[in-house]
Ligand binder design. Structure first.
Ligand code: GLT
Ligand code: MN
Ligand code: MN
Length: 396
């Protein structure tokens, strides 16, 4: 395949991976790890070789939960050295508010206010680490913010406490004088029976209720929208339209299964194609300008070589899909079908763009025959086949 699909940060590719993604040693709920652990500096070296631009992390991906301040400083220094040596950046940092048993009933939504205070304090330490490493975005994934039984608490309290903690953290960041963005990540379930704010849509509304909503946006993940059978493209579209797409977690997932976090593009290739098309803005809309982050991991069958095959595969698939999207949007037949569907020779669309008595009157006067409007087909079969043929490399 063409070498033009080789990821290269010098040519503007801004691909990132989490330490926890390529560092995933293959453990699952039914068996232990299947490959050796890789240290954070080794991950940095491997990612640089693979063509990534940056690396993201949870506090505890680098610093063990119970590390002393001296141990912490040594680990951060070694990591920073590896970043400098290999020219990688840390655009995003996040806090592990889900692994330790203290979070078994939630972090920001835990019924015990002491746990909520502990979680808030841990998040502040995580943000400090991110700032030290140069991160501009802080992700919040509330993996434990949920319940197995709604007997535990009223979800209205949970949402209120979640909001209080986010407001507290936004206030603290502003007080520090930092220019940071928070990106909130939704997931419907797993590890909790039900997680609060289950989708990107839920998150977008919640954000509007925050005291500093301007610094908060979303971090949608393909797998988390697809698990319950929702459309990631629509979630991202709504976020982009609201100017709230602050980060993105790219991976692949089959509907209805556990959170698979598969190599980007390896399932639902058509969904991946339309997602990349949207992010790249080839359809004439604004592109997403943030890093293209992969929140995925290699199959459990893989050794370390397979991990790097996985990482390169994510980036290559993204680049291949970006090229296919460009070709699709440059196709005259695609344009012709889209233009025919959007045509507005009588200037009717603008009449609906705002209520006024003149617009009302003009709308009432229109001759709109539903049978005539329903007569001609939309040619979406042909349009979709064109998308598929570009995707399959049979056109363009
Ligand atoms: C965890 C989760 C991901 C989140 C990460 C950030 S951690 O792997 O499954 O979806 O994005 O906390
Ligand atoms: Mn994620
Ligand atoms: Mn996931």
């Amino acid at each position: 395949m063409s070498e033009s699909f080789t990821p290269n940060p010098a040519e503007g590719d801004r691909f990132t991976f989490g330490l926890w993604t390529v560092g995933n040693p293959g453990a699952d709920p039914f068996g232990p790890r299947t490959r050796p652990r890789i240290s954070p500096p080794e991950i940095v070296e491997g990612l640089a070789k693979a063509g990534a631009w940056g690396v993201n992390l949870h506090d505890n991906d680098l610093i063990p939960f119970d590390a002393s301040p001296t141990e912490r400083d040594v680990l951060v220094k070694e990591f920073q050295q590896a970043l400098d040596d290999h020219g990688l950046v840390v655009p995003m940092a996040t806090t592990n508010l889900f692994s330790h048993p203290v979070f078994r009933d939630g972090a920001f939504t835990a019924s015990d206010p002491k746990v909520r205070a502990f979680a808030t304090r841990k998040a502040m330490r995580g943000i400090e680490l991110g700032v030290e490493l140069g991160a501009e975005t802080v992700v919040f994934w509330g993996g434990r913010e949920g319940v197995e039984t709604d007997a535990a608490r009223d979800s209205r309290d949970a949402i209120k406490w979640y909001r209080e903690c986010m407001n507290f953290l936004c206030g603290w960041v502003k007080d520090q004088g930092w220019e940071l963005k928070f990106a909130l990540e939704a997931k419907p379930n797993e590890p909790r029976g039900d997680i609060y704010l289950a989708t990107t849509g839920h998150m977008l509304h919640f954000i509007e209720t925050l005291a500093h909503s301007e610094m908060c946006g979303v971090n949608p993940e393909v797998a988390h929208e697809n698990m319950p059978g929702l459309s990631m493209v629509h979630a991202v579209g709504q976020a982009m339209e609201a100017e709230k797409l602050f980060h993105i977690d790219l991976n692949a997932q089959r509907i209805g299964r556990y959170d698979q976090d598969l190599r980007f593009g390896s399932e639902d290739l058509k969904g991946a194609f339309f997602l990349v098309r949207m992010l790249e803005g080839t359809g004439g809309y604004s592109a997403y300008t943030g890093p293209r982050h992969f929140d995925a991991h290699a199959y459990r069958t893989e050794d370390l070589e397979g991990v790097w095959d996985f990482a390169v595969g994510c980036m290559r698939s993204y680049k291949i899909l970006a090229e296919r999207a460009q070709e699709f949007d440059a196709d005259a037949e695609v344009h012709e079908i889209l233009e025919a569907n959007h045509a507005d020779p009588e200037g009717i669309g603008p009449l609906l763009a705002g209520f006024s008595s003149s617009n009302l009157e003009a709308i009432e006067q229109l001759s709109l025959d539903p049978d005539i409007l329903a007569a001609a087909g939309h040619r979406y079969e042909r349009l979709d086949q064109l998308a598929m043929e570009h995707l399959m490399g049979a056109r363009g």
